[in-house]
Design a protein around this ligand. Sequence first.
Ligand code: NAD
Ligand code: ZN
Length: 353
Amino acid sequence: MDVLSVDLKDRGYNIYIDKGLLRNIDDILLECGIDDNIFIISDRNVAKHYLDILLSKLNTKVTGYCILEPGEQSKSIDTAKKVYEKMLEAGCNRKTTLISLGGGVVGDLTGFVAATFMRGINFVQVPTTLLSQVDSSIGGKVGVNFKNYKNIIGSFYQPKGVIIDTETLKTLDEREIINGLGEVFKYGLIMDYDFFLWLNDNLNSILKLENNYIMNIVKKSLNIKKIIVQKDEKESNIRKVLNFGHTIGHGIETLDDFNTFKHGEAVVLGMMLESLISTEMGLIDRKYYIKIIDSLSRLVSPVKFSAFEQKQIMNAIKHDKKNEKGKIVLVLPIGKGRVNIYNNVDEKLIEKS
Ligand code: NAD
Ligand code: ZN
């Protein structure tokens, strides 16, 4: 088992990573200081495979559970309300610990409920998609969507621990693995070019979910995210680099009503377009741009862009909550494995790209 510690000013926590960890979840929870009064939140797809393992391991320590409908639409205030109701029925109190068993949707919602129930209770992330294992389960961003705006209601609220069982990825289809790889390739492009090259060389083994490769991906990704989050927990400055591909990616997701594209796929398309803007601005040369496009095209075909008009994407971007005073904030590549934050990118350049 690998253990990474996330050290934050007021509370740190451990991330436990290994194949088959769910079978030891009781011991790991004890290590996190959690003994009983546990309430589990999961979704139907995940519960089908893994809820019984948790229930049998934790037994009487579980006060209750709530199983959500799978999908982005569950990340809502309405769902949070249903969860609060179930928690009250089950007798949850200030000492209850929530366990989020599922992907980013269950994780973001559980974190939001944990942050708000009785002004904040403990929660533990047990991420079961690649995206949630390499990204959403750490960093403390929790929240729900509202009126077609993604993550517009939420908070920064850190978990008490993160338990990553790489074996759970076996029940995901390839598209979900690619969804997570979008964020993984992003880490390479923003901070570790050697990792980016390694990903390109080993994509086939990664897609076959060979455990050594998956362990490497999860550990490398979380290390990069952890270094950034430790420096800037509340995203005042450097944490913004994690938004590479996301300004345009979120624009695409908004236009798409969150249906056709998965988050990681929209981010891949966003990284392609943002790299083009970077080339137009003379920040990277054409050779590097082609390398990025060739590599990302193995994940998502750029043909998918044609579904939207550039002007529509622009309008959606203008509503992105990360933009300040009407100016468009973009994270753009400036060299191999390096990006910079640009606070005032010319709209016309984006429409043209
Ligand atoms: P998801 O939670 O919707 O999971 C994808 C699908 O896989 C769902 O149908 C789910 O039921 C199913 N599933 C999950 N684990 C499974 C397993 N092991 N076996 C079989 N099926 C399984 O989606 P996601 O991609 O994990 O997360 C996307 C969400 O994460 C978005 O809402 C996004 O905004 C959020 N996110 C948050 C952060 C953050 O920092 N908090 C970062 C990135 C993304
Ligand atoms: Zn993302």
